[in-house]
Ligand binder design. Sequence first.
Ligand code: NDP
Length: 311
Amino acid sequence: MAQLLDGKRIADDIRAEVKLDVDVLLSKGARPPGLAVVLVGGDPASTVYVGSKVKACQELGYYSARHDLPASTTTAELLAVVDALNHDDRVDGILVQLPLPKHIDETLVLDAIVPHKDVDGFHPVNVGLLYLGQEARSLTPCTPTGIIELLQRYDIDVLGKRAVVIGRSAIVGKPMISLLINRSATVTVCHSKTKDLPGVCREADILIAAIGRTGFVTDQFVKPGAVVIDVGINPVTDAAVARELFGDDEKRLAAIERRGQTLAGDVNPRLVEPVAGWLTPVPGGVGPLTIAMLMKNTLKAHRLRDQAATA
Ligand code: NDP
């Protein structure tokens, strides 16, 4: 039976470490790290995410600024906000919450954030530095970097291991590949056109699923004893689907009755738990690490800016 990788606990540890570092900074009279979060339109899920990020800033003693812009905001107006934040000395990190409304040119906006404030790690300069293996002077995307932290803190070595990543998005899959290669894993990336996907995945010592399809990864994809990382966050509203994934887990069924949904990943835990050696739960696995790594990235951006100023 797989052991669970407790992302919530690791995220709490990371935040506590960041808090200690911030306290030291403040005790020396330095300015606090600062994060600006920009939300365009009132998408309910994005509003919740932004609220969590601002709350995390407050708990750590960061300077935080939240910019709520109407859905009608134009690309030019959003670029003006980004430009002002690029020049705001209180701000080390700028996060534009995705997805943006369709009429906004997302690439133009993300490229406008100066690379040293790009705490999401999506700017081409940071993407390039990660690809080149120069992580120390770049900001790397929070979710895959959090997965690396999780593996490290559970003493799961990736060096020489066969790692298979399902999904090639710019947010998770592609940076995950670079982070693993930089640590000398042997990496295969799969996507919707991959032939014999279960067979390829069964070769993995470490299997990372970032697909966006509820319970897609079954026992047929998993080598006995493999480490399985489930990045997916998918709402489940149907009790029959919840049973298929979680068996008769009363809490899940109660959540559907009470709140209309429970959350599931891309992995079917009922089928995979008996085969895998390690598995991240959903919720409580990869999700909490993303915000913790955003806080850590903002602190890193603060340090990189300080170093650049004193160089
Ligand atoms: P995207 O939709 O951008 O990418 C999905 C990837 O999965 C694509 O590369 C796609 O292939 C691949 N894929 C889709 N269907 C299949 C299939 N049948 N077989 C093989 N590959 C397939 O998703 P994201 O990377 O943004 O997100 C993935 C999941 O992770 C989502 O559930 C999302 O909510 C979650 N997520 C969770 C985060 C967290 O903090 N825990 C953070 C970010 C995302 P192709 O390229 O060929 O289309």
